[in-house]
Design a protein. Structure first.
Length: 259
């Protein structure tokens, strides 16, 4: 996978740091596809095991009042098909109510449980900070995902005395190496992935979420433009496309042991 970082900013070195398992968190079906499907397609093409956790059922989404009773099943089916297009089949849900997500201990418990089960090298999550340049990226549920996952990653996942019933059931504490955040403020983004070879897969995955896009042409144009802008910000050659992340080291060589 081609990976670039702005000089002296990203702590992640793709030539040095191996990624074999990734766990991705999102608020709603389609969030991951907009934020990171190109990178995920590159990971799975390289043999990386990728899992999804969608925290809500997306029950407040959609535009057609005639399908309100079917929206949860519809969005779950859309997410399953979209995930398959980028090589992902392992999808988990926390079944929180769309629009009511909070970074509370019920949600954090579910996050800690899943991270300890999968034990990923990278936890990928929505960002906990609001993007004032494009506030649509900062739906309150998105921010809640970022806050819940960040709180869980440190210290709860690696603290054997946090949610002790999980340890008692055999889910041992685990130190997450990396936290990658998407859909956050541009000034926080320090790592760029060249996804030029996976743009078609990303767009195909986004197109699956037909219940959410009243203007498909405008949506696709905006996504293409955004990826080209990311590539330019990263200093990639003309004609490239990129996804941008805020990469944070959680447990690396210089991390002091303890919690």
């Amino acid at each position: 996978m081609t990976s670039y970082a702005a000089p002296a900013q990203s702590p992640f070195n793709p030539d040095k740091h191996r990624v074999e398992r990734v766990l991705c968190f999102a608020a709603h079906p389609d969030d991951i596809d907009f934020g990171a499907a190109g990178t995920i397609a590159a990971w799975t093409a390289a043999g990386v095991e990728v899992s999804y956790c969608i925290m809500t059922d997306g029950d407040a989404g959609g535009f057609d009042p005639a399908h309100r009773d079917e929206i949860i099943a519809m969005r779950a089916a859309e997410q399953q098909r979209a995930a398959a297009l980028v090589g992902v089949t392992d999808i988990h849900y926390l079944h929180e109510r769309d629009g009511f997500l909070e970074p509370n201990h019920q949600v954090m418990w579910g996050v800690v449980k899943l991270i300890r089960e999968i034990r990923p090298d990278v936890v990928l999550s929505m960002h906990p900070e609001r993007n004032w340049n494009r506030i649509q990226k900062s739906h309150p549920d998105h921010l809640a995902v970022g806050e819940a996952v960040t709180r869980a990653v440190y210290p709860a996942v690696e603290n054997p005395y946090a949610y002790p019933e999980l340890a008692e059931s055999g889910l041992a504490a685990y130190k997450v190496p990396w936290l990658w955040l998407y859909a956050g403020p541009e000034e926080r983004e320090n790592h760029f992935i060249d996804v030029t070879e996976h743009v078609d897969s990303k767009l195909a995955a986004i197109h699956v979420h037909v219940s959410q896009h009243p203007d498909v042409e405008a949506m696709e144009a905006a996504v293409r433009t955004g990826m080209r802008v990311n590539a330019k910000r990263a200093g990639f050659p003309d004609g490239r496309s990129a996804e941008a992340f805020h990469v944070v080291t959680i447990n690396g060589p210089g991390t002091i042991a303890g919690f």
